[in-house]
Design a protein around this ligand. Structure first.
Ligand code: SF4
Length: 191
């Protein structure tokens, strides 16, 4: 069985993908998400993935929480919005780190849970993964895990585990955008 390093974005997106891949690969889960803001939220999401990996008896590696790196790379693109260039750079930062760790631990394949979310375009995530994998001996597993009922099953499993479920992607920009959406929704309902 090949060793696969699974870059996870959060617990709710993970159990379906872990179950799906565990038949074919020997899995290690990798949590590297310095994009998450604030740190309290990071700790909350990390706590939930620890709980899941313990429950499923899967090894978990925590990457460095280095938000300075995120702001340095993604900050200049903040205004490009969710799904735009800032997300491609954010995906790249996390997938590149997954490749570094995969090399270190001898994993042969890297995959990510990022495509479970209906807010993430698989083509965008896979293009970044393909690009990072170029010239590497490690493969990137292209997928769209939301398909074939993947998102629905993930939601059901997240309910079963009673996971904390965030209402924004992770970074301070997505948090502000989500707050603005919710304020405008309230205004429209009042108006
Ligand atoms: S919206 Fe999500 S994927 Fe995009 S930059 Fe923010 S944390 Fe990263």
């Amino acid at each position: 069985m090949k060793h696969l390093l699974l870059l996870t974005c959060c617990a709710p997106c993970s159990p379906y993908v872990i179950r799906k891949l565990a038949d074919e690969y020997c899995l290690t889960v990798f949590f590297y998400n310095p994009n998450i803001h604030p740190q309290q939220e990071y700790k909350l999401r990390l706590g939930e993935i620890c709980r899941l990996c313990k429950n499923l008896d899967v090894k978990l590696i925590e990457g460095r929480y280095d938000p300075e790196r995120f702001f340095e790379l993604v900050g200049p693109l903040a205004d490009t919005g969710e799904g735009g260039e800032r997300c491609s750079v954010c995906f790249r930062m996390r997938i590149e780190e997954a490749f570094r760790v995969a090399k270190k631990i001898g994993a042969e394949v890297v995959a990510t849970t990022l495509t479970v979310s209906p807010h993430k375009k698989a083509a965008q995530v896979n293009a970044v993964g393909r690009n990072v994998a170029q010239g590497e001996e490690i493969a990137f597993l292209e997928a769209d895990f939301k398909k074939k009922d993947g998102y629905r099953i993930s939601c059901e499993l997240a309910k079963e585990y009673d996971f904390y479920r965030q209402n924004y992607c992770g970074c301070t920009y997505s948090k502000a955008e989500s707050e603005r959406r919710s304020d405008s929704h309230k205004t429209h309902r009042r108006g």
